[in-house]
Write a protein that binds this ligand. Sequence first.
Ligand SMILES: *Cc1c(COP(=O)(O)O)cnc(C)c1O
Length: 360
Amino acid sequence: MEISYNALPPERRRTPPPKVETFGKIRTDHMFVADYRDGAWRDPRITPYGPFALPPGAACLHYGQTLFEGAKAFRHADGEVYVWRFDENMKRLNHSASVLMMPEVPEELQLEGLLRLIDLERGWCPEKPECSLYIRPLMFAVQDMLAVKPSKTYIFCIMLSPSGPYYAGGFDKAITLLITGRYHRAVSGGTGTAKCAGNYAASLRPAGHAANAGAEQVLYLDASNTYLEEAGSMNHFHVLADGTFVIPQFNDSVLRSITSLSVLELAAQGRLRARQEKIALKNFVEGLRSGEIIEAGGLGTAAVISPVNRYLFEDGSSLIVGDGKIGRHSRDLYELYSRMQFGSVPAPEGWLRRVPSYEK
Ligand SMILES: *Cc1c(COP(=O)(O)O)cnc(C)c1O
């Protein structure tokens, strides 16, 4: 499908800031958009970033048929821009679409839209370590109707945001997670494996509760309050005394994090030790107490690793992880991962894709 350009004339484009210290706040000049109607994606285009016109009856505003993705591109020492594992994001977007009864977006369309958009906006990709061009694909239902059924029309869009580290303190700040049985992110048979807006709306109240209790985020349990699942926007891991990373088993209420998948693939290639298993809260707490668990944290694209140094419980008690400092294994993994993303350490075949220069 031919992607059309409706780009701003050069004199109306802004100059990218020399330094980026925020996450997700800055927008580039353009976005990629395609419309779904009459059973097909139409009019794929690169157009100035700006508001959409939506009828107040648009289905996304009422019943939450909205999904998104999150990926990153990096500027390497050769000056070129490289996208990290976007193939996985495209697959997951289509999985989320199937969960929400939305149409698939063909991978060729997602990929070409992204690469052409980044090519046009390549000046916005920061160079500094810990900085990236954050990629946000988005799809939402636009049919004007109040009946509860899948919309017949949708908008798919990709926007870009030059970003600094996710947490202002970067990797050096460890966070506290509240372990609670009071709220659940997802249940078996629900929408937990989809990256959808509704899951995030539902996470705001638990997050507020965690903040009041003195924690940064919630570590959710399964619906029976027996097993660890994940945090609101990241998977979870802990590290055993022998240096093995342990990630809770994926199931149909946990989002399959591409960062987690990458850690497991690196382990399969012998570059570190990692495995997945069903983790009972009881055993996890015992492991923290006995010192068998020496490090822990979250895994996700935004922060890569968020080290956790304390778990808080509903009764006000808490447990410190290891010696309370950020551990060597987490730091090593963070550095390996970041270096692969920045191209200073080779990444597995196919994980980085160079953004080509197109005729515009
Ligand atoms: C996006 C997300 C993650 C992290 O996934 P990555 O692909 O590693 O960015 C984890 N959990 C939830 C609920 C998420 O929405």
